[in-house]
Ligand binder design. Structure first.
Ligand code: MN
Length: 706
C-alpha cells in the first residue's frame, strides 16, 4: 500500500511545501469521505486516489491536479457537493473534480463503445481544463493496472472502452508512454491468450535477436562517433499491442514483424538530426519511399522525429527514428511534458496549463503552414477548443451539434418529424425551455404532441441549418395552404353575394380568369385573396363577367358572414387592440400580407377601417369554435392584504388561467388590478367576472377593450 508520506517525499523534489500540505490535506479529506468504502481488492478506497496521484506525480503535475486526483471520486461516490469542495480547496480544484466526475458519469452510457470517435470528442469537449483529461487518464490507468479483481465480463468492458476511447485520447494528446501502457493492459484483458502467446514469442525471439541488435547498434555508434556526433543510440522493442495490431491490420506474420530491427537516436539539436540522417544513410542503404520528415511537418498531435528505413547486413530491414531530447520528451509525454519539464520552479501554477494551451495553438499554426489544417482540425482543435457539443439521446446515441444549439436543433437532428411536433424538452430529466443551449454530456429527451406545429419564434434561437430550413419550409407550406383555404372561403362568399357560388363556376370560367391574370394558376389567385393582396369581390365579378352573365353589383351582396372556426390558422388573427373572444360581435379586416384580422365591432380602430368598406367583411364565430383567448380585466379593489390570492383563487376555480397581473397602487384607499386571463368565450368570461364581482372587497370589474 502506498503511503501519503511517500508521495509527499516525491513531491518535495518539485513542489513548494505549502502546496505539498494542500495535497496532504486533500488526501485526509478523501480518506474521511471514503472511510466506509473498500476497493474490490479489499483495500481501503483511498488507496485508489492516492495511486492516481502517484501517477500524476510521475508526470510532475502541479498541486491542483494532485489535489483533484485525491478528490476525484468524492462527488460521485460520497454525498459531498462541488460547492463544499470549493469552500475547502478553492474553485479550481472543485472545477477539476467536477469535470472528472462528469466524464465518469458518461462512461457507463450504453452504446458509448459503438460510437468511440464521438465519445472521445465528447469527453474532450466536456473538459474545459486539460488537466481534467490528465487526471481522468491517470484514474483510468490505475483502474487498468488493478483490473484483475473484476469479473471477466466487466474486465472486458473496461478494457474495450480503454482501447477505443482512452488510448486514442492519450494519442491525441501525444502521450505515447501512457497510451502504450493503456493499450498493453487493455490487450491483455481483452485477449489474454493472444497476449500470452505474443509475449512468449517476443521473449523467445529476444535471444537470437540480441546478437544482431548489438551488432547494428555498434555499427551505428561507431559511424556517428567517426563523424563527431554526440548521440545516444537505443535499440527498441515494439510493445505487445502494436505487434498485434500490425499482424492484424497488415496481415503479417509474427516473424515478419519481429525481423524488423528498430533503433532510436537521440541528439542535442535539430541540425544534428539531419546530419545524423546523412551519416546513417551513408552507412546503410535507405529504402526508397520510407523516409518521413516529422520535424518539418509534425504529426497532428505534435510528434516530431525523422523516420527512415535502412537495409542492413543480410538484407535485414532497420527502422530508425532520429530526434532531439526535447522531441523525445514530447513523444513520450505529449501535452504533459509542459509540467514534466517546467524549468522555473516558482512559476505560477496556471503557467503550465497556459503553456499547454499555447502548445495546442502552436500546433494549429504549424499544421496550417504545413498545408493540412483539415487533419489537424479533425484531431486536435475540435477537441480542445470545442465548437461542438455532444449530447445523448435517451437511448444513449451521441448527437453532435454546433455550440449554442438548443433542444429544437436536437429534435430536428433526430428527425424532422420530431422537430415539427416538439413541445417541450427534458435535459437530464429536468423540464427545460426549448431555447436553452445544450451542453456536452447531457441527455436530451424531446416531448412531442400530435398536431403540434413549429413556432416561428424558434427561428430566433436555432443554430443548425437543418432546423432553420425545416421550420421555414413548414411555415411557408402552412401559410400557403392556409391562405388558399381562406381565399377560397372569401371568394365563395363574394360569389354568394352575386347570387352565384364557387360550385356554380365552371372550369372554363376559371381557365379564362387565370389566362387574363398574372398568376400561374387558380391556387395562386386564391392565395392572393387570402393574403389580402386581391379583393374577393373583384375576382368574383371578373369570373362572372368573363362569361357575360350580366349585372352583378355590390349592392346585391347578401352579406353572409364568414364563419371563423379555428384559432390555429395562420391567415386569421385576432386584433391585439381589442382582444375579441367567441361571442363578441366581430368584424373582419383584410390587411395586405397579414390575411384576415378579426376585431370587435366596437373597436376604435375599426372606425378607421370602415372608411375602406371593400376591405371589411362580416365574420362570425362558428358555433363549434374551440380555443382559448386572452382578455384584459380592470378590477378596482379596497386595500386588502389577501386580495390577490382571493382573486386568483376565484378565477382559477372557473378554470381560467391568469396570464398577467399588474397592480396599480392608489393612496385613496383602493387599488386597481389589471389582469390578463385566458377564457374560452363570452359565457366563460361572464362567469369569471360574476365570481370576481362577488368578492366583497371588489368595487368594480370591467373588461378592457382598446
Ligand atoms: Mn477513480
Amino acid at each position: 500500500m502506498q503511503e501519503i508520506s511517500g508521495l509527499c517525499t516525491r513531491l518535495a523534489t518539485y513542489l513548494e511545501p505549502t502546496h505539498i500540505n494542500q495535497v496532504r490535506r486533500a488526501y485526509y479529506y478523501a480518506e474521511q469521505a471514503h472511510a466506509d468504502q473498500k476497493r474490490r481488492s479489499g483495500e481501503p478506497y483511498v488507496t485508489h486516489p492516492l495511486a492516481v496521484a502517484h501517477i500524476l506525480a510521475d508526470m510532475r503535475m502541479d498541486h491542483q491536479s494532485l489535489m483533484a486526483a485525491m478528490l476525484h471520486d468524492v462527488i460521485e461516490d460520497t454525498g459531498i457537493s462541488k460547492t463544499a469542495l470549493g469552500e475547502q480547496f478553492g474553485e479550481t480544484v472543485a472545477d477539476l473534480v467536477d469535470g472528472v466526475s462528469k466524464l465518469t458519469r458518461i462512461e457507463g452510457s450504453s452504446k458509448a463503445e459503438a460510437q468511440a470517435e464521438n465519445f472521445q470528442k465528447m469527453a474532450m469537449a466536456m473538459a474545459r481544463d486539460i488537466r481534467v483529461i490528465l487526471v481522468k487518464l491517470a484514474d483510468r490507468l490505475h483502474n487498468m493496472r488493478t483490473l484483475d479483481v473484476l469479473s471477466p465480463p466487466k474486465r472486458r468492458r473496461i478494457a474495450h472502452e480503454t482501447l477505443d476511447i482512452y488510448a486514442p485520447i492519450a494519442n491525441r494528446l501525444g502521450m505515447n508512454a501512457l497510451r502504450m501502457e493503456l493499450q498493453d493492459l487493455g490487450f491483455n484483458a481483452m485477449y489474454p491468450m493472444r497476449a500470452q502467446l505474443i509475449s512468449a514469442a517476443v521473449i523467445g525471439a529476444r535471444g537470437h535477436r540480441k546478437e544482431v541488435v548489438e551488432k547494428i547498434q555498434h555499427n551505428i555508434e561507431r559511424c556517428l562517433q567517426q563523424e563527431g556526433h554526440d548521440a545516444e543510440v537505443i535499440g527498441r522493442e515494439k510493445h505487445l499491442y502494436s505487434i498485434y495490431s500490425k499482424m492484424k491490420a497488415k496481415k503479417k506474420s509474427f516473424h515478419e514483424i519481429m525481423d524488423v530491427y528498430a533503433f532510436r537516436i537521440i541528439v542535442d539539436s535539430v541540425d544534428t538530426c539531419y546530419r545524423v540522417l546523412g551519416a546513417i544513410h551513408n552507412l546503410y542503404k535507405p529504402v526508397h519511399g520510407e523516409f518521413r520528415d516529422y520535424i518539418a511537418i509534425p504529426k497532428a498531435n505534435g510528434y516530431q522525429s525523422l523516420h527512415t528505413v535502412l537495409v542492413g547486413m543480410h538484407g535485414l530491414p532497420i527502422e530508425v527514428q532520429i530526434r532531439t531530447r526535447e522531441m523525445d520528451a514530447m513523444a513520450n509525454s505529449g501535452v504533459a511534458a509542459h509540467w514534466l519539464y517546467k524549468t522555473d520552479k516558482k512559476s505560477d501554477t496556471t503557467g503550465s496549463q497556459v503553456r499547454a494551451r499555447e502548445w495546442i495553438k502552436g500546433l494549429l499554426e504549424l499544421q496550417q503552414s504545413a498545408g493540412n489544417p483539415m487533419e489537424f482540425i479533425e484531431h486536435v482543435k475540435v477537441d480542445l477548443f470545442p465548437d461542438e457539443v455532444y449530447v445523448f439521446t435517451p437511448t444513449g446515441e451521441i448527437i453532435e451539434l454546433p455550440n449554442g444549439a438548443t433542444a429544437v436543433d436536437f429534435a430536428y437532428a433526430v428527425h424532422t418529424g420530431v422537430g415539427n411536433t416538439c413541445v417541450a424538452a427534458r435535459i437530464n430529466r429536468r423540464l427545460a425551455p426549448l431555447s436553452e443551449p445544450l451542453q456536452s454530456g447531457q441527455t436530451i429527451a424531446i416531448v412531442t404532441a400530435p398536431g403540434a406545429q413549429p413556432n416561428p419564434a424558434w427561428l430566433n434561437f436555432v443554430k443548425t441549418g437543418k432546423a432553420r430550413s425545416a421550420i421555414r419550409h413548414f411555415l411557408k407550406t402552412q401559410r400557403h395552404s392556409d391562405s388558399i383555404e381562406l381565399g377560397r372561403k372569401l371568394l365563395n362568399k363574394a360569389l354568394l353575394g352575386m347570387n352565384s357560388s364557387l360550385e356554380a363556376i365552371t372550369g372554363q370560367q376559371i381557365t379564362e380568369l387565370v389566362q387574363n391574370s398574372d398568376d400561374k394558376n387558380f391556387d395562386d389567385i386564391l392565395e392572393d385573396i387570402g393574403m389580402g393582396n386581391r379583393l374577393a369581390y373583384v375576382v368574383a365579378r371578373r369570373l362572372l363577367n368573363g362569361v357575360g352573365s350580366g349585372e352583378h353589383t355590390l349592392a346585391e351582396n347578401s352579406q353572409t358572414p364568414l364563419m371563423i372556426d379555428t384559432v390555429d390558422g395562420l391567415m386569421i388573427s385576432f386584433a391585439k387592440c381589442c382582444h375579441p373572444i367567441p361571442g363578441d360581435a366581430i368584424v373582419g379586416h383584410l390587411s395586405p400580407g397579414k390575411g384576415l384580422v378579426v376585431h370587435t365591432e366596437g373597436c376604435k380602430n375599426v372606425l378607421d377601417i370602415r372608411a375602406n368598406p371593400e376591405k371589411c367583411l362580416p365574420v362570425n364565430w362558428s358555433p363549434n369554435f374551440a380555443g382559448e383567448f386572452l382578455v384584459d380585466l380592470r378590477v378596482e379593489v379596497e386595500n386588502n392584504r389577501g386580495i390577490i390570492a382571493t382573486l386568483a383563487a376565484k378565477i382559477t376555480e372557473q378554470e381560467a388561467n391568469i396570464d398577467k397581473i399588474v397592480i396599480e397602487e392608489k393612496d385613496t384607499g383602493y387599488n386597481i388590478i389589471y389582469l390578463t386571463i385566458a377564457v374560452k368565450n363570452r359565457v366563460h368570461l361572464a362567469n369569471v367576472m360574476r365570481r370576481v364581482r362577488a368578492i366583497t372587497s371588489v368595487l368594480k370589474t370591467v373588461r378592457v377593450k382598446n
